[in-house]
Design a protein around this ligand. Structure first.
Ligand code: TEU
Ligand code: CA
Length: 554
């Protein structure tokens, strides 16, 4: 396999609105990110992905872009962005921006022009259909609830939006639109970006001609996913985008890809794939229900193990997955993947080790390195996120009581990950000197960067050691390129695997509170990482403590 500059990197996702506020308006900003670059460098991060900071009405927190060539004044200026890229470069770091081109904002000038002249050039940038009284062009339900169709203001047409109504879908079938997208990507890459994370990209190809599918809820609508499953030919768009943009710059591109077909993996992330990498969402989507969040089933340690191993098997040596525990759309991983009541520094570190040592590119979401946890929501009024608000209504409509509905939403709410980063035990966790836009998690007095950086046994320092291990010249080749082989796969609540390359490493996590004995197949040369002070070993049998994680050189 041809080696690429990003293979051995460690990436970190920043949600700008909640990372660090430099000017006291309660909103995180780019100067704030610049001032924390040394913090990230110290941790060992190489690649920083910023969730969107383009001009936006923030209907979906920036995933609704009104100008692809700007920076939202709330986040800073273009000079700030250029400075961020330059400051990152000085530290051998790379900045990725978020490429949100399945849709724009209804406040983008393209959309405004489409409203003025739906039959003109910009009408062709969107999916427009003639409005018929009492009927929608198709019966698809948007990801955020309700029909995907809304009236195109001032016209007798309707437009398609698979997400929020303020996020009209762009028509990728139109070559003029595609040219605009490529021009914009190249414009940013010329500024020295390392690449892009590519949002919701599987939605750009619709199954044509548009038509109804079998309804899947009482609302008479069907999930837009039913249509996507029938869409063919997305590769033509993705290959063209790669050739016209990323490839020329040797840029890193990581796709938010939910529904690729297994046989298409080589096209997506193989040598000369459409993307450098795609996220592994196998554990993220486990147990989710077509009915809504309220109907989802919990994920157990066994499920988590199987999800990771299945994804690893599927990809094998074809390419590189990007491995995540959480992101801005998910609850906090430690609250989600660790059985209720067992969330503690040891279990957080175990989850970190098990995920981080998988083959692929590790992505850390801001605060994950501190072991930040879900938020104790006490009322739906405290929830800002549009997706959570919709899911609350879905749960109520399904007959749940308000308490039960809140409970379901609290477990999955995207706001769990969106509360301000916990920097210190100062007011508002040191995130802002003003009033934060979203309430800080009350546990910031104990879970915060300042406290953890000075505590050698903290979750933060464990992450730092994991990253250092990945970069250790003795082990880097094995951790980056070595094959993954499950060990004692059938053993209940044990997740263990080999990484075999120049060296042989064994990663073992006792995924439960109870201790459990593990007999090694061969002598262990060295303990590379341990989330406990000691290893209790008799002969070749290790008595693993509750949630103990070990990385051994064999
Ligand atoms: O998410 C795409 C996506 O599939 C989401 O619908 C996801 O399932 C949902 O957030 C769960 O509630 C991307 C972005 O990551 C997300 O923040 C945006 O809201 C969305 O695209 C629209 O741009
Ligand atoms: Ca600010």
């Amino acid at each position: 396999m041809e080696k690429k500059w990003w293979h051995d990197k460690v990436a970190y996702q920043i949600y700008p609105k909640s990372f660090y506020d430099s000017n006291g308006d309660g909103i995180g900003d780019i100067p704030g990110i610049i001032s924390k670059l040394d913090y990230l460098k110290d941790l060992g991060v190489d690649i920083v992905w910023l969730s969107p900071c383009y001009p936006s009405p923030l209907a979906d927190q920036g995933y609704d872009i009104s100008d692809y060539y700007g920076i939202d004044p709330r986040f800073g200026t273009m000079e700030d962005m250029e400075k961020l890229i330059a400051e990152a470069k000085k530290r051998d770091m790379y900045i990725l921006m978020d490429l949100v081109v399945n849709h724009c904002s209804d406040e983008h000038e393209w959309f405004k022009k489409a409203c003025e002249d739906p039959n003109g050039k910009y009408g062709g940038f969107f999916y427009l259909r003639d409005k018929e009284e009492g009927k929608r062009p198709t019966n698809w339900r948007s990801y955020f609830g309700g029909s995907v169709w809304d009236d195109l203001p001032g016209t007798d047409k309707q437009y398609l939006h698979v997400f929020h109504k303020k996020q009209p879908d762009l028509n990728w079938e139109n070559p003029e639109l595609r040219e605009e997208v490529y021009k914009n990507i190249n414009w940013w890459l010329e500024k020295g970006l390392g690449g892009f994370r590519i949002d919701a990209i599987m939605n750009i190809k619709k199954a044509l001609p548009l038509h109804d599918y079998e309804p899947d809820r009482d609302d008479g609508l069907c999930s837009v996913r039913a249509m996507l499953a029938q869409a063919e030919g997305i590769g033509e768009f993705l290959g063209e985008m790669r050739d016209r943009t990323f490839r020329k710059y040797d840029a890193f591109s990581v796709g938010e890809v939910f529904s690729e077909k297994p046989e298409e993996l080589p096209d997506f992330i193989g040598e000369n794939g459409y993307f450098s990498s795609i996220f592994d969402f196998n554990a993220t989507i486990f147990g989710k229900s077509g009915k809504g969040w309220y109907d989802a089933s919990a994920i157990t340690p066994e499920d988590y193990k199987n999800c990771c191993f299945q994804a690893q098997e599927r990809v094998g040596g074809v390419g590189f997955l990007s491995n995540i525990i959480e992101n801005h759309d998910q609850p906090r991983g430690v609250s989600y993947y660790i059985p209720q009541g067992d969330c503690c520094p040891e279990s957080k570190k175990m989850l970190a080790a098990l995920n981080f040592m998988l083959r692929g590119i590790p992505f850390i979401y801001q605060g994950q390195e501190l072991g930040m946890e879900n938020v104790p929501f006490s009322s739906i009024e405290e929830v800002d996120d549009i997706s959570s608000q919709d899911e609350y209504l879905v749960a109520l409509n399904a007959g749940l009581s308000p308490e039960e509905a809140l409970d379901a939403v609290a477990r999955y709410s995207r706001d769990n990950a969106r509360t301000p980063m916990q920097w210190s035990d100062e007011p508002h966790a040191g995130f802002t000197e003003g009033e934060p836009w979203l309430r800080v998690n009350p546990n910031y007095r104990t879970i915060n960067a300042a406290a953890e950086q000075s505590d050698p046994s903290s979750v933060w320092n464990f992450y730092k050691r994991l990253i250092a291990l990945r970069k250790d010249p003795l082990y880097a080749e094995t951790i980056v390129y070595g094959v993954l082989e499950p060990f004692l796969r059938e053993r209940h609540n044990l997740m263990a695997y080999y990484r075999k390359g120049e060296k042989t490493l064994l990663v073992i996590g006792n995924y439960q509170k109870k201790e459990q004995d593990v007999t090694l197949p061969a002598p262990c040369k060295k303990v590379l990482l341990n989330n406990y002070p000691e290893v209790s070993m008799e002969g070749r049998t290790i008595r693993m403590q509750g949630y103990q994680a070990l990385i051994l050189e064999m």
